[in-house]
Design a protein around this ligand. Structure first.
Ligand code: ZN
Ligand code: ZN
Length: 421
């Protein structure tokens, strides 16, 4: 294999020994795979001498994990770090775990009458995003608890179906079962049901079709109401932040073939409408609120807005927005790309007493599928092109449609604002 084996700057490893060890392990894994291939394809070839065993594998995992904790790495097909030249020096920076506030940027701005924050000027993110624990925003901590409850419910779901219940499932062979249960035969492990689309058809649906199988995208109509969400919860944001640190177990960064762009791929199947990750970055003032002009930048509007999300600040006002800017600093969500038909959206939520922007799946996300969000038509117009290639591409639609007269009014960028349902 040509090129540099571990193309991560050595100072990102905890020690020179770690770096050397990963190079050794990579050689060993290559050798082991090669000898195994020879032995399988040439029966006369002796069994392999070098074996990449379980302890090697765990050591590799540990070394990769120490990298994940500190920097963004793009994994190649063997799971080793790959060299990528990112535009805008984004590659190689530290992985963010909490927001950052640059106090100097805020110190000259007066406290707005409408803004309810614990202290001004803000020196920590908590000063901007703390809300009362009974705030009407949905709490991610409570939502996650409900999902655990729902998943347990689902496992016993088939057993508890009763006559008159409605089921609505995809079947393993690509069809749909939508109908009313007429009998639940527990000894045969099948539910007899009357199909709505074809009232004369009565079918026996095996339990295995009804129990949730990730492959089959089963949805079902909840018979029992979910537990009542407390109005005043004691969810601790530290728990969420701790979970978020191991994001790399669920997502990974991949590079495009020309190594010019990095994108996010889900390592696992994700159910519909699940919270996945928080958008992190530097909290920047929205100068419009203070009637000031934001400082000039040499980046294009599209480049700026690609890495920005507006987020409400203060405990009361929903209109007081600041920017979360992930251009220089953030977590893996800064690499998520645009699609006109995205599989995820940003939602304004809280975790306990902390506001946040959280990425939710808006449909099932398959294993190894790219995670995408809609950056909005304004961003596409700033950029001037869209790579989604879909027929329903927003930019194509817009260009096809009748051109609006006069200069288009350019609103404040609200990338990723969840759409109204
Ligand atoms: Zn909660
Ligand atoms: Zn498009």
């Amino acid at each position: 294999m040509a090129g540099i084996l571990v193309p991560v700057p050595l100072n990102f490893f905890r020690s020179q020994t770690d770096a050397n060890r990963l190079i050794q392990l990579r050689h060993k894994e290559n050798q082991s795979n090669h000898e195994l291939w020879l032995h399988r394809n040439h029966p006369t070839h002796p069994p392999r001498q070098v074996i990449f065993d379980f302890s090697d594998w765990t050591e590799k995992k540990r070394l990769i994990r120490t990298l994940h904790d500190r920097i963004f790495i793009v994994e190649d097909q063997d799971g080793y770090p790959e060299r990528v030249t990112m535009p805008g020096n984004q590659y190689g920076t530290d992985t963010g775990k909490v927001h950052i506030v640059n106090a100097a940027e805020w110190s000259n701005l007066p406290l707005l009458q409408s803004l309810q924050v614990p202290r001004w000027p803000p020196t920590t993110p908590e000063r901007l995003f703390t809300v009362p624990r009974n705030h009407p925003l949905p709490c991610i901590g409570c939502i996650l608890k409900e999902h655990i409850y729902g998943d347990v419910m689902r496992s016993s779901y088939a057993l508890t179906l009763q006559v008159g219940d409605i089921i609505n499932h995809d079947t393993p062979n690509g069809g749909i079962v939508w109908g009313r249960v007429t009998a639940n035969n527990q000894s045969l492990e099948a539910v007899r049901c009357n199909i709505f689309d074809n009232p004369h058809v009565i079918r026996d649906i095996p339990y295995t079709w009804l129990t949730v199988n990730p492959q089959w995208r089963n949805e079902y109509i909840e018979r029992r109401p979910p537990p009542v969400r407390p109005t005043f919860c004691n969810c601790d944001v530290a728990r969420w932040r701790h979970q978020q640190e191991s994001w790399h177990k669920r997502f990974k960064l991949c590079a495009t073939a020309d190594k010019s762009e990095v994108y996010v791929v889900s390592r696992k199947y994700v159910r519909k409408e699940r919270p996945m990750a928080e958008f992190l970055g530097v909290l920047k003032p929205n100068y419009d609120l203070w009637g000031q002009v934001s400082p000039a930048t040499n980046r294009s509007d599209a480049e700026v807005n690609r890495h920005r999300i507006q987020a409400p600040m203060g405990s009361q006002g929903e209109a007081e927005l600041c920017f979360i800017d992930s251009y220089r600093y953030g977590n893996f969500t800064r690499f998520i790309r645009h699609s006109c038909k995205p599989n995820a959206d940003w939602h304004d939520v809280r975790y306990g007493d902390m506001r946040m922007k959280v990425l939710f799946s808006n449909r099932v996300i398959e294993e190894k599928e790219e995670v995408t969000v809609d950056f909005g038509i304004e961003w596409l117009e700033e950029k001037g092109s869209c790579d989604c290639g879909l027929n329903e591409c927003q930019l194509k639609q817009k260009q096809k449609g009748t051109p609006t007269k006069g200069t288009p009014t350019k609103g404040t960028p609200t990338k990723g604002t969840p759409k109204k349902k």
